[in-house]
Design a protein around this ligand. Structure first.
Ligand code: PEP
Ligand code: MN
Length: 266
């Protein structure tokens, strides 16, 4: 799919990859709407033990297949450098036009792992890394994670920020945002910033309200952002993780597509 500068950091897709079919359908639905990047976690860090993903050896080829069939860029969380290196090899081996986005999740505050992820993407210009803020608000920890990834070997041009809100839950939101924090870290790091209303809201209705709010801030140039990460599942009621916050594509079309297209024109 041709990359449109306006939309090159729109990242939609399920919380977790659950089957090859679910990954392929997600890619197909995304492409139909001009969304270039499709997320799905292969390994889920869990607050409390539970189903923790299909794993990278099973899921890696699924991401490659969706990239090849749908022309999307797959995005997935990596916990350490070995996972990033493994997936880079898999994508390079299986995709004629290799592209991948990783992200470092909010629970991943191990500096040696952050550095190793930086090392894994060193010189791999087609691998990008989104850095989520930590669970609790601490701007230095967020900035520190960026610095560790860069010290490990990533080029800043490979990086972007993902604000997913902070604990504690408040106002009925799972992880309320702090736009001041996001603006501060963006200013200090000079990296593109995207917002993840799914993990902020925690429930479909709140995700929709937050997304609309952010899109209007962007349209009115009160807070210009570079994209969005949204959890969208082909069948949210059956999702194995984050069931309450994942939108269906039908709900996305009815409630958000119009405003997203206004904010980030195709
Ligand atoms: C996710 O993106 O599915 C996720 C677990 O995010 P976070 O690290 O923001 O909780
Ligand atoms: Mn999730």
């Amino acid at each position: 799919m041709p990359q449109d500068k306006n939309r090159d950091l729109l990242i939609y897709g399920p919380c977790a990859a659950e089957s090859l079919t679910q990954v392929l359908v997600s890619g197909q639905e995304a492409v139909r709407r001009g969304i270039p990047i499709v997320r799905s976690s292969l390994i889920k860090p869990r607050t409390r033990p539970g189903w923790d993903g299909v794993g990278i050896t099973t899921g890696g080829p699924w991401l490659a297949e969706s990239a090849n069939l749908n022309g999307i860029i797959p995005a997935t969380e990596v916990l350490d450098g070995a996972q990033a290196a493994y997936l880079i090899n898999e994508i390079a081996r299986l995709c004629p036009n290799p592209l991948i986005n990783f992200w470092i999740g909010s629970r991943n505050q191990v500096h040696s792992h952050q550095r190793e992820i930086g090392e894994a993407v060193r010189g791999v210009s087609w691998a990008k890394v989104g850095i989520k803020n930590p669970m609790g608000r601490d701007d230095d920890h967020w900035l520190g994670a960026i610095e560790h990834v860069v010290e490990g070997g990533a080029d800043p041009s490979q990086l972007f920020l993902i604000h997913r809100g902070y604990k504690p839950a408040r106002w009925g939101q799972r992880n309320p945002p702090s736009l001041n924090s996001a603006k501060y870290v963006r200013e200090r790091s000079q990296l593109p910033l995207i917002l993840d209303p799914s993990h902020m809201g925690g429930e479909v209705n709140k995700v929709i309200l937050l997304t609309r709010y952010f899109l209007w801030l962007h349209i009115l140039r009160i807070l210009e952002i570079d994209g969005l990460m949204l959890e969208i599942h082909p069948n949210p009621e059956k999702a194995l993780t984050d069931r309450h916050q994942q939108l269906s594509w039908v709900v996305y079309d009815a409630k958000l597509a119009h405003l997203v297209d206004k904010a980030f024109p195709i």
